[in-house]
Design a protein around this ligand. Structure first.
Ligand SMILES: [Zn+2]
Length: 221
C-alpha cells in the first residue's frame, strides 16, 4: 500500500491532536522507512518482476526485519515507548503505536502472500488486493481521502502556508501514487531503495504543514 499509509497518518491527528503530523507520518510509514536502508545493507531483498501483481511490479523476496508481524509489533512498541518518553503524551504514544501496527494490516490487504509472521518462519500472508487495479484504487483512495478529511477537520491553517503546504502535500502524494501506477517499473533494486529513502522528505513536509496549522477546539461536521 502507498497513500493509504499516509491516510492513516493524516487521520490519526483526530485521535492524537497534540502529535505533529510529521510524527504521525513517521509512525504510519515507519516500516517502509526502515525498509530502504535494510535493502541497501543487503539485509532485505526485493526484485523488479513486472506482472508479479497487476498493480506493483515488485517481488518482495524477503523483508523479515521491516515487515514480519512479530517485528512490526516490536517496532510499534518501541516507537510508542520512545515517543512517550520524548513527548510525555500518553494518548499520542498509543496512537503512534497503533499507526505503526496499522501498516502491517494495510499491507496484509494489498500484498500477495509475501508477508512473514516472524523472521525465519515459513508462513507468508497477503490477501492480494494488488491483483485488481480498481479494488486497489478504491481502497487506497478511500483510506487516503478519509484521513485527509479528518486532518482538515481537526486543524485549521494559521497562515497561507498552512493551507498551501497541506494541499501541496496531498496533491504530491496523489501524483506519486499515479506515477507508480502508470509509470514504467523501477530500473533496479538500488533505485527502489533510493526512491524509498526520499520518503523521509514527506515526513519533513508533514512537520512543516503541521507547524502552520492549529488544532480547532470543536471540529465542525
Ligand atoms: Zn510496507
Amino acid at each position: 500500500m502507498f497513500i493509504g499509509h499516509f491516510g492513516v497518518g493524516f487521520g490519526a491527528k483526530a485521535a492524537a491532536p497534540r502529535a505533529s503530523l510529521g510524527v504521525l507520518f513517521l509512525a504510519a510509514q515507519f516500516v517502509d522507512l526502515l525498509w530502504p536502508a535494510l535493502l541497501l545493507m543487503d539485509l532485505e531483498h526485493v526484485k523488479v518482476a513486472p506482472g508479479v501483481t497487476r498493480v506493483t511490479p515488485l517481488d518482495f523476496v524477503d523483508y523479515p526485519i521491516s515487515h514480519s508481524l512479530l517485528a512490526v509489533v516490536v517496532w510499534s512498541a518501541l516507537f510508542a515507548g520512545v515517543y512517550h518518553i520524548i513527548a510525555k503524551y500518553r494518548a499520542g504514544a498509543w496512537v503512534c503505536g497503533l499507526a505503526v501496527l496499522s501498516h502491517w494490516v494495510l499491507d496484509l490487504v494489498v500484498h500477495r502472500p509475501d508477508l512473514p509472521l516472524a523472521p525465519g518462519g515459513a508462513a507468508r500472508l497477503g490477501l492480494g488486493l494488488w491483483n485488481s487495479l480498481p479494488a486497489t484504487l478504491a481502497v487506497e483512495l478511500a483510506v487516503f481521502g478519509l484521513g485527509v478529511y479528518f486532518y482538515r477537520r481537526t486543524t485549521k491553517a494559521v497562515d497561507r502556508t498552512g493551507s498551501i503546504a497541506l494541499w501541496g502535500l496531498v496533491a504530491f502524494l496523489l501524483l506519486v501514487f499515479a506515477s507508480n501506477l502508470l509509470g514504467p517499473p523501477p530500473p533496479s533494486e538500488t533505485a527502489i531503495a533510493w526512491v524509498g529513502q526520499a520518503q523521509w522528505l514527506l515526513v519533513l513536509w508533514a512537520f512543516w504543514v503541521d507547524r502552520h496549522r492549529v488544532v480547532v477546539e470543536r471540529p465542525e461536521a
